[in-house]
Design a protein around this ligand. Sequence first.
Ligand SMILES: Cc1cc2nc3c(=O)[nH]c(=O)nc-3n(C[C@H](O)[C@H](O)[C@H](O)COP(=O)(O)O)c2cc1C
Length: 331
Amino acid sequence: MSIKIGENIDLGEFPLLLAPMEDVSDPPFRYVCKQNGVDMMYTEFISSEGLIRDAAKSRQKLDIFEYERPIGIQIFGSDIEHMRQSSEICSQANPDLIDINYGCPVKNVACRGAGASLLQDIDKMVAMTKAVVEATHLPVTVKTRLGWDDSTKNVYEVAERLQDIGIKALSIHGRTRAQMYKGQADWSMIRDVKRNPRIHIPIFGNGDIDSVEKAAAWRQEYEVDGIMIGRASIGYPWIFREIKHFFNTGERLEGPTIAERVEVCRTHLTKSIEWKGDKVGIFEMRRHYANYFKGIPNFKEYRMQLVTLQTFEEIQEVLDEIQHSFSEVVV
Ligand SMILES: Cc1cc2nc3c(=O)[nH]c(=O)nc-3n(C[C@H](O)[C@H](O)[C@H](O)COP(=O)(O)O)c2cc1C
């Protein structure tokens, strides 16, 4: 059975989604994920206050490209009227959907009444979502957590009430706000939501999927409509094609060779420079190298070069060297 968001977004049988990630899921990273078979992606979260002030950083995050479809723009905020206005601004950027973040646990978001903090005030969350839904012709989806803390795991109620006011899909990260990113994600409540006979929108499971085996096991065990993957894709966008291949054929794909790692890393760098310019593109790419080459023995010297060199040409040379030096290595 094909999973659909609203009338028009058809995601196929068991979609794999790239999680929205601040400072990670920008267009250059999304490009390499798209090349590797991801079914739907989201922008990094965008502050509604920033959008309304027309801040450059928020505006830039609205950049989306045709080949990325289907893609959602994610917004967060604490003020209902500002979220409504942001919904209008995002609609003009013409994404396939708008996603609201009710999951971010970090202090300067959750302690300012945005992100996961709305889990403490479901009435306000419902009013905010309604305002966003009514301000756009696009489908609206939500990403949230199990609840604020252990004593208030209210995602079951959240799912019902948000569905009632018109959201078209819900992604649930199997942790509370209090857990931040600690401990293990618990998907059992995600299954409870999915099993609720009142719920008919797609429910996507999120949290800790980092292998083909886990994706297959948790698909069975928790009965979700699709899986959203964040951290495991950083420096390893192949995770999408590996999981897809396994679901389609029952067979495991070989992991990427060093040559493939170098090639995708090079593409990521090239896209980064194209979109951000030389200086910022090279600088912001530095956070990704260690992930692309994780597990290669005696890599430190190359990593040091990659994170200090200032020009595209020099970095290209180091990437060539890595390809030659480690061509026999399997990681
Ligand atoms: C670096 C980083 C940035 C993140 N930024 C966002 C964000 O902008 N919006 C959001 O909804 N979640 C954000 N998250 C949470 C992820 O979307 C996801 O819910 C979480 O990482 C758990 O999934 P995973 O175990 O597959 O990584 C972020 C997570 C990380 C690690």
